[in-house]
Design a protein around this ligand. Structure first.
Ligand code: DQA
Length: 156
């Protein structure tokens, strides 16, 4: 079995309720639908996915610690913790692999308290407002970055 690089996809609180949670805002795709599409996108690019969701800040941070040395990249939709969690910022700051922050909605077009992100300063890129497609865009970008790093390493 060849070990394929893994992209971690971490989801924060209330995203487990996608599909029924305010569909006019968040759409009708469930988190299981998003996971399926992430796996399909990653598989086409030769990557595995470690897909997680939690409603607990400490569990989210434990996942980052868990994956910080093994994941080739991180897709992070920390949901409401994006706007509140210094602990999340600090955990992500320790990660060497690139991070893409994703939001289903355009957080900058919503309430002012959503305009601030503790993830953005430690992210390589931020994707907001593309719905579930944002996850696929993030995976494509991380895969391109990983391949670029691999090529640079090989030419050294
Ligand atoms: C969200 C935006 C956050 O402001 C909100 O708390 C969420 C979902 C998004 O994906 O649009 O729960 O991260």
């Amino acid at each position: 079995m060849s070990a394929r690089p893994t992209i971690a996809v971490l989801n924060g609180p209330n995203l487990d309720l996608l599909g029924t949670r305010d569909p006019r805002l968040y759409g009708t795709a469930t988190l299981a639908d998003i996971e399926k599409s992430c796996r399909r996108t990653a598989d086409d690019l030769g990557f595995d996915i470690d897909f997680r969701q939690t409603n607990h800040e400490g569990v989210l941070i434990d996942s980052i610690h868990d994956l910080r040395e093994s994941a080739a990249g991180f897709v992070v939709n920390a949901a409401a913790y994006t706007h509140t969690s210094v602990a999340l910022h600090d955990a992500l700051a320790i990660v060497a692999a690139p991070i893409v922050e994703v939001h289903l909605t355009n957080i900058h077009a919503r309430e002012e308290f959503r305009h601030r992100s503790f993830v953005a300063p430690v992210a390589k890129a931020v994707i907001a407002g593309c719905g579930p497609d944002g996850y696929a865009f993030a995976i494509r970008h991380l895969a391109a970055l990983a391949l670029d790093t691999e090529q640079k390493d090989r030419s050294r």
